[in-house]
Design a binder for this molecule. Structure first.
Ligand code: SAH
Ligand code: SF4
Ligand code: F3S
Length: 477
């Protein structure tokens, strides 16, 4: 019996990371991942509930599965992730084409659920867990460029921001054993990866404690960052997401201390108005947030900062909106994700406040936020012109086969020539560049020096060889 699985991920990076866990579990169960739904016997949609539109996109995609099933009678369709958790059995009622519904903490039971599905029954497991971290499961890297990878360090969220569905779909917060995190990062280096992003809904509240020979070992997020940075000096380290109420100076000190921790922080503010922030139950006000920004700038003057913003939250006045714009002016974000408020069932806001900002006002405010951010992004990009930045090459530029793209430590996209003095810059190469010009979306760099050539991909390499590779291959252009 052929067992080919196709996994499609929606939503945040944590969902992508989960899909890699799912792939790993299914490969052990005899499945082979394939690159399109048409080739598969099992299609899994790993879904997102964050906004109504996100769910709508998935519901449309589920409808398309009817056509596929008509052509391939044996096809099974499963819904995983946050929508599975939120809608549960209702999904089977609403969408007859769905055979399987599995929440984010139940992926270990997939093989059992699939054998049930194999006998023609429907299967559901949406139990949330207080312990599950999939800690020891080595993810199977999907759609990988072989250079950058995600590593989940914690799951769930205990914050209860009034607008947010995540605590309902992902359950209680729990942290993963730091030793398994470090091991996974070492494994990435051994497979030729150059960068990792540590993931959690609120990484600043990462905490782990374990008894070791009678003594208690306590690890917070700053400690974890330092552990990974020390264990993998050749690996660039990023993380997401910080929470303004929990981000400590200790984290900033660790970031400043290690050159391999990228100078980039995603610090979602959501609104510039203290009153709105209070209704959002974010746990900080405007002044607190601006103090955190000042502390980042003090510890790392060249650190890039990005954010998330919501327009038209319950009760948002024109003045509140003006405060969001003025905060954006003041901070000068390098980048922002900007959303219209979308009411989610069961959340504090849905229960307590009226979704009272009219749709056209939400849209107009969002547009003003987007326009301002475009200007700010261009300003920030322009400040890089003339600077010398290290760039980790990720792949061939979409616009030109003669160019490669990569990222600076500040997460800015940098375009570099594909060949330098007859040497091809393969993905994974680290180069030092002089920035010649900037657009709103990317920088153009001239290569000054190849710091480290890319390593053979996916072949276990010892760390010693890695060091030699760095030493031997330094070329000054
Ligand atoms: N854990 C992260 C963010 C998770 S969701 C944090 O706390 O910052 C990603 C972003 O989606 C949020 O930062 C918020 O800006 C947006 N978002 C979440 N719920 C939303 C909703 N109901 N409507 C609109 N945007 C929302
Ligand atoms: Fe949602 Fe807030 Fe948790 Fe982020 S911190 S996932 S916005 S509840
Ligand atoms: Fe969406 Fe769930 Fe992530 S709701 S944003 S996939 S945690």
């Amino acid at each position: 019996m052929s067992k080919r699985v196709y996994i499609e991920s929606y939503g945040c990076q944590m969902n992508f990371s989960d899909s890699e866990i799912v792939a790993s579990i299914l490969v052990k169960d005899g499945y082979t991942p394939v690159k399109s739904a048409e080739e598969a016997d099992l299609v899994l949609l790993n879904t997102c509930s964050i906004r109504e539109k996100a769910e709508y996109t998935v519901l449309q995609r589920i409808n398309e599965m009817n056509n596929l099933k008509a052509r391939n009678k044996g096809l099974k369709v499963g819904v995983l992730g946050c929508m599975a958790e939120r809608m549960r059995e209702d999904l089977l009622e609403k969408k007859k084409v769905v055979d399987l519904v599995v929440g984010p903490d139940a992926y270990r039971t997939l093989p059992d659920l699939l054998s049930k599905v194999g006998t023609g029954q429907k299967a559901v497991n949406v139990l949330l867990s207080r312990e599950e971290t999939y800690g020891e499961i080595e993810p199977m890297r999907l759609d990988s460029n072989g250079v950058t990878a995600f590593v989940t360090i914690m799951r769930g969220c205990d914050n209860m921001c009034a607008f947010c569905v995540v605590p309902f779909t992902r359950g209680r917060e729990r942290s993963r054993d730091p030793n398994t995190i470090v091991e996974e990062c070492k494994q990435l280096v051994a497979s030729g990866y150059g960068e990792v992003t540590l993931l959690g809904q609120n990484v600043d509240s990462y905490k782990w404690s374990a008894k070791d020979d009678g003594a208690t070992q306590r690890v917070d997020f700053a400690d974890l960052l330092a552990m990974v940075a020390e264990a993998c000096p050749l690996l660039r380290i990023r993380y997401s997401t910080s929470h303004p109420k929990d981000m400590t100076d200790k984290v900033l000190e660790v970031m400043a201390r290690y050159p391999n921790i990228c100078k980039y922080i995603h610090l979602p503010v959501q609104s510039g108005s203290s009153e709105v922030l209070m209704r959002m139950n974010r746990g900080y006000d405007r002044a607190w947030y601006l103090e955190r920004i000042a502390s980042i700038r003090k510890h790392m003057p060249d650190c890039a900062i990005s954010t998330d913003l919501i327009s038209g939250f319950c009760g948002e006045t024109e003045e509140d909106h003006e405060q969001t714009l003025s905060l954006m002016e003041e901070v000068g974000y390098d980048m922002a994700y900007m959303f219209k408020y979308s009411e989610r069932p069961k959340t504090l806001a849905a229960r307590k406040y009226a979704d009272d900002v009219p749709e056209d006002v939400k849209s107009r405010r969002l547009q003003e936020i987007i326009d301002l951010q475009k200007r700010k992004s261009a300003e920030r990009m322009a400040t890089h012109v003339g600077a010398v930045l290290e760039v980790l090459v990720e792949g061939v530029s979409k616009r030109s086969a003669e160019h490669m793209y990569g990222r600076s430590t500040q997460n800015a996209v940098v375009i570099v020539p594909r060949h330098v003095d007859g040497q091809e810059l393969l993905p994974g190469t680290l180069v030092r560049t002089r920035i010649m010009s900037a657009t709103a979306g990317s920088l153009l760099g001239r290569v000054l020096e190849i710091v480290m050539l890319s390593l053979p991909k996916h072949e276990p390499t010892s760390k010693v060889t890695l060091r030699q590779a760095q030493g031997d291959n330094t070329v000054v252009a």
